[in-house]
Design a protein around this ligand. Structure first.
Ligand code: DGL
Length: 287
């Protein structure tokens, strides 16, 4: 069931500053959150992982959109004015509709930002050969979102996409360092490098993938740069808040981070300890 925004609470909350919301289908967004907190440690954050319904990568547009909208509503209900979709699949499949269709009705003063544009803005300065590979979920690749953004930003770049359908389940099931992961990682990197041997930059366009970094480095040819998104998203958020002082004033600064999950609390705690090397306080919610 969706957490509906009660109109009276909504109007009171819309005045009061609140934490920055960070959403992902599961644990992957923790890699983005970690970087954001390094760049902006003073702010308050709420992380929401829809772990019970992850992965999103194979779901239809409609389903990813519905799930993402429910998550955004839940974070708004908790007082967030600014929500970052720290998930490429949600950014590719739900962001535009939420920004254009839902936000004006929900609260035109709140903002939902994605992570594809800040990533694409950085690609042009990293590649020399102008041949770039994008590794992502099936949903992100099939949406064509990276291609569209790159054509706007750097039309000379030749982009090759490769879906890696097994990578998120490997991470969500803690198999990212297991010998079994080697097969799936090698297979997809070999394939994208065969499709375009001139690639000099591989974008990890899924927030789960940095957790497979050891394996990815192992199978990526020497001289090919591996680009994880966290630092670019964090730098872009710093820039956004500098350019939008009205939003900055609506973000509280208590250096706290609260975690929400749609899965069980012990499962999330175990994973957070594994992924973030940190003990966290978690609350289970239903979307
Ligand atoms: N971590 C998400 C992304 O960046 C999605 C993983 C999934 O749920 O399939 O695309």
């Amino acid at each position: 069931m969706t957490e509906k925004l009660n109109p009276e609470i909504a109007s009171a909350l819309s005045q009061a500053p609140g934490p920055i919301g960070v959403f992902d289908s599961g644990y992957g967004g923790l890699t983005i959150l970690r970087q954001i907190r390094q760049y902006m440690p003073d702010y308050d954050y709420i992380y929401l992982g829809d772990n019970a319904r992850a992965p999103y990568g194979g779901h239809s547009f409609e389903v990813v959109y519905q799930y993402t909208l429910q998550a955004v509503e839940a974070l708004f209900n908790r007082g967030c004015h600014l929500v970052i979709l720290a998930c490429n699949t949600a950014s590719a499949k739900a962001l535009r509709t939420i920004q254009q269709r839902d936000l004006p009705k929900m609260d035109p003063n709140r903002r939902v930002l994605g992570i594809i544009r800040p990533t694409v803005e950085a690609i042009g300065s990293l590649t020399k050969s102008r041949h770039v590979g994008v590794l992502a979920t099936e949903g992100t690749i099939n949406s064509g979102s990276y291609g569209m953004e790159v054509r706007k930003q750097d039309p000379d770049i030749i982009l090759t996409g490769q879906a890696c359908p097994m990578w998120v389940p490997l991470v969500e099931n803690y198999e990212f360092d297991s010998p079994g992961a080697d097969y799936f990682v090698k297979k997809r990197i070999d394939r994208i490098m065969r499709l375009d041997p001139d690639i000099d930059t591989l974008v990890l366009a899924c927030t789960h993938y940095p957790l497979l970094m050891n394996k990815i480095v192992k199978y990526t040819p020497a001289g090919v740069r591996i680009m994880a998104q966290g630092e670019y998203v964090a730098a872009s958020l710093v820039d956004y808040l500098q350019r939008h002082p009205e939003m900055e004033a609506r973000c509280t600064k208590g250096a706290s981070c609260h975690y929400l999950t749609t899965e069980s609390v012990p499962k999330f705690q175990e994973s957070a300890a594994l992924f973030m090397h940190e003990d966290v306080t978690v609350e289970q919610i239903t979307l």
